[in-house]
Ligand binder design. Sequence first.
Ligand SMILES: [Zn+2]
Length: 197
Amino acid sequence: MKVRYNEKKFETIQDKTLYTKLKDEFTYINSLLQTNNEYLVYGILIRDAFTYFYICEEDQNYPVPYNSVFFDLIENYVPNDWKIKIKYLENKVITLISFKEMVDNNVFYENLVNGSKKEIEIFNEYKNAYSYQSKHDSIYQNLNIKKIAEKLNDNWVLCPECNEAWKVNKYIGVIKCPNKNCNLKLNNPYAPILTSQ
Ligand SMILES: [Zn+2]
């Protein structure tokens, strides 16, 4: 999951009450983040009717929750190993959706922020995994690639050039025909299409 900070989004808020309520938060966030910067998301927090994205600046060891109203969604796909926790705290409902250590361990985030070696190691593993996935194996089809494999059953596909059939990982957007004489790059018919492409 990836988002882009967009300072212009704040000015498009039509609701006066909401605009006033978010003004200070916007000024603060805008002093920290560079507009158009893209960030991988490490968790989602829902609190007081707002949704927050946990994002991490390059020079930081831990992610910080930022109000989602200031961001554009670049990749709206949530990692398939995330978990959810719903907490009730002083008459409020707090929902956290994130990787398992963050959700299962109540002190994970606190330890991470305080610089605990173990938590930093775990977080860095997710950081590397998500960034690798985002760079190399996009889960979306690439619309610059015009040809698409033919969909068979049970994650099997057929190459339209050489009729080779093989089984694919449905979480990888672009696949390659395994026939050595062909090796054509194709979109994966099981993969979703990113609507903003
Ligand atoms: Zn082929």
